[in-house]
Design a protein around this ligand. Structure first.
Ligand code: ADP
Ligand code: MG
Length: 282
């Protein structure tokens, strides 16, 4: 066993009934499960250890950190189980669905709504950064609504383990690196700043419905990202506030040293003030 606190397979099937698949990633799937004694529903992320080969020590470290994470906008890790081939992360079940699905279903969407989502993401990321954790895989699919209700908070579902996945996660395994910061693509050393870049990409998408960097050809996409080559195209951005554009331009900043930190982003008027407009942008 690679995790100090990992429990064995006999334990997991004794405790939980595994039910349908809720989602899947490159090396893992997330299953609905029910606690046999309390009937409580949870989400269990099942990871093939094979995908983490050679990184067991790193994983052990990471799991020690994951156990410490307690934040209202990050899905809680409740328990860990392990077999020789699989790792099971038991998480609190969230039921509100993915961020973009929900936005598409809504008749009305405003800058204020987007600002509210981004503030919660920044709060969570700031917390992670204070713990010394770089998330590295922030994207809309990893942002879930806690409940189906209108006033539901947002939670980050995919915490940290991304670092453990195959190196190829960047170039091959995960498809297009639409959210990946320039310094990551150029294989320079990177830090917390990559998460702020991703928040910039997510903010951009929330406001116009398409990504800032896009090309069917990966090489061309890389070039766009490395040069931070994007635009606030007309007519899509015509009605978006200057404040929103200012906010995004500080996040989609090529030089990580000049890029906003979480603290700076949280203090920007588009997040902390009343600069985000209440006009429908759908
Ligand atoms: P991966 O590393 O495979 O991307 P994620 O943690 O992002 O794993 O989960 C994949 C999908 O599973 C999510 O996009 C979501 O649809 C679903 N999911 C993940 N965690 C939960 C959860 N706690 N509750 C409900 N659904 C979840
Ligand atoms: Mg994910």
């Amino acid at each position: 066993l690679i995790t100090e606190h990992g429990k064995t397979m006999e334990d997991i099937s004794a405790v939980y009934d595994l039910k349908e698949k809720l989602g899947e990633g490159s090396f893992s799937e997330v299953r609905l499960a029910q606690d046999k004694s309390s009937q409580k529903l949870v989400a269990i992320k099942c990871i093939q250890k094979r995908a983490l080969k050679g990184k067991e020590a790193m994983l052990e470290n990471e799991i020690a950190v994951l156990r410490k994470i307690q934040h209202g906008n990050i899905v809680a890790l409740e328990d860990i189980f392990e077999t020789p081939s699989q790792l099971y992360l038991v998480m609190t079940l969230v039921t509100g669905g993915e961020l973009l699905d929900r936005i598409l279903e809504r008749g009305m969407y405003t800058e204020r709504d987007a600002s509210h989502v981004i503030r919660q993401v920044l709060d969570a990321v700031q917390y992670l950064h204070e713990l010394g954790i770089v998330h590295r895989d922030l994207k809309p699919e990893n942002l879930l609504y806690d409940t189906p209700f209108e006033d539901s908070k947002i939670v980050i579902s995919d915490f940290g383990l991304s670092k453990m996945e195959e190196q190829g996660a960047l170039s091959t395994a995960c498809g297009t690196p639409a959210y990946v910061a320039p310094e990551l693509l150029e294989q320079k050393t990177y830090g917390k700043e990559v998460d702020l870049w991703a928040v910039g990409v997510i903010s951009y998408i929330l406001l116009c419905g398409y990504p800032p960097f896009y090309d069917e050809n990966d090489t061309k996409l890389y070039q766009q990202i490395v040069k931070a080559e994007y635009e606030f195209d007309s007519p899509y951005w015509d009605d978006i506030s200057e404040s929103a554009k200012d906010f995004i331009s500080h996040l989609l900043q090529r030089d990580p040293e000049k890029r906003f930190t979480c603290e700076q982003a949280l203090r920007h008027p588009w997040i902390s003030g009343s600069a985000a407009l209440e006009k429908n942008i759908h």
